[in-house]
Design a protein around this ligand. Structure first.
Ligand SMILES: Nc1ncnc2c1ncn2[C@@H]1O[C@H](COP(=O)(O)OP(=O)(O)OP(=O)(O)O)[C@@H](O)[C@H]1O
Ligand SMILES: [Mg+2]
Length: 308
């Protein structure tokens, strides 16, 4: 378990991270989202023991990241946003170099390297020179390196930047697998939609302050309490529209693309009741769906300070 309490970092007079508190559990994939300069990298560097906080604490499985640096380090894997790869060596040699540097027992190294290559889908590139790998492959190789010592906490700074859509999907799947191994994963990005569909928790940071944090679903609900319902019905839409017009918790009824759409402010129970009544009143409903929230809008709303 990772417990961050009142973490703060000042650079001179400027506070890059202010009073950050957060609790994460094994299997959590936390999306750390904020615009440029928000304090994401500063936070991750503190959690990676590379930067000393001005105040506050962070503990991982009972070990203090801030005070027991030597004990904490083997439990943490950090992938920076800019990573240097070495030239003139193969993927295997690169990983073997770091496995040795991390003091993995000689007898286990081969198996561990094979495992991380397999996990990151680079087995076929084990003998390729690292500079001949594509950017997405280099990123995965860097992730493989970060996983060598089997860290409990994985810190990934903007891992999806510079990846094409396919590589992003592959990265998502890889991170899901890693989360399922019971690690705590923190992934940063400045794009909310990039993270929302594979993180279970998110936090939005701006100017060093966490504006909002919680379960992805809760946050989306909180930001858009009214659901947009879309109903496809075999009967005339006028009758359905006037029925909805006089129903409670419903507003903004309109027809679009062969469906009737409306804003609905009820919860799951009242939505089920609404559907039951529609059917009881003889409407032949083909589908009733909730349309998804536009995450980019949510992010703009939060960072404009419209949500507290
Ligand atoms: N070593 C440093 N000395 C002084 N100021 C710093 C230092 N490192 C970061 N800062 C400042 O702290 C703030 C937060 O920077 P940080 O790199 O954490 O942002 P970020 O959220 O990672 O941004 P980006 O999305 O651009 O990577 C910025 O205003 C930056 O200028
Ligand atoms: Mg950064």
């Amino acid at each position: 378990m990772l417990e961050i309490s009142h973490l703060r970092k000042e650079f001179g007079k400027y506070a890059a991270v202010k009073d950050l508190s957060l609790m994460l559990f094994p299997g959590d994939i936390f999306g750390y989202i904020g615009p440029n300069g928000a304090g994401k990298t500063t936070t991750l560097r503190m959690l990676a023991t590379l930067l000393e906080p001005t105040s506050g604490t962070a503990t991982l499985g009972g070990v203090s990241i801030t005070r027991e640096v030597e004990r904490a380090r083997p439990m943490i894997g950090f992938m920076p946003d800019f990573f240097g790869l070495y030239e003139g060596i193969t993927s295997w040699e690169y990983l073997d170099f770091f496995a040795a540097a991390y003091r993995l027992p000689r007898g286990e190294r081969k198996q561990v390297i094979e495992n991380v290559l397999e996990l990151t889908d680079l087995t076929g590139k084990r003998d390729a020179n690292v500079e001949t790998l594509s950017r997405g492959m280099q990123q995965r190789l860097c992730l493989a390196k970060t996983l060598l010592h089997d860290p409990l906490l994985l810190l990934l700074d903007e891992p999806a930047s510079g990846l094409d859509p396919r590589a992003r999907v592959e990265l998502k799947e890889l991170l899901r697998e890693i989360g399922a191994m019971g690690k705590v994963v923190i992934v940063s990005s400045h794009i909310l939609p990039e993270l929302a569909d594979f993180c279970n928790k998110i936090g939005i940071i701006e100017k060093g302050e966490m504006l909002l944090t919680g379960n992805v679903d809760d946050i989306l609900r909180q930001l858009q309490p009214a659901r947009r319902l879309s109903i496809r019905c075999l009967d005339e839409s006028e009758r359905l529209m006037s029925w909805l017009g006089s129903a409670s918790q419903i507003s903004e009824v309109r027809s679009a693309n062969g469906t009737v759409q409306a804003q609905f402010t009820g919860d799951d129970n009242s939505q089920a009741e609404l559907l039951r009544q529609l059917i009881a009143d003889g409407f032949r409903i083909v589908a009733l769906t909730e349309s998804s929230v536009d995450l980019e809008d949510v992010f703009m709303q939060v960072t404009k300070g419209e949500v507290s």
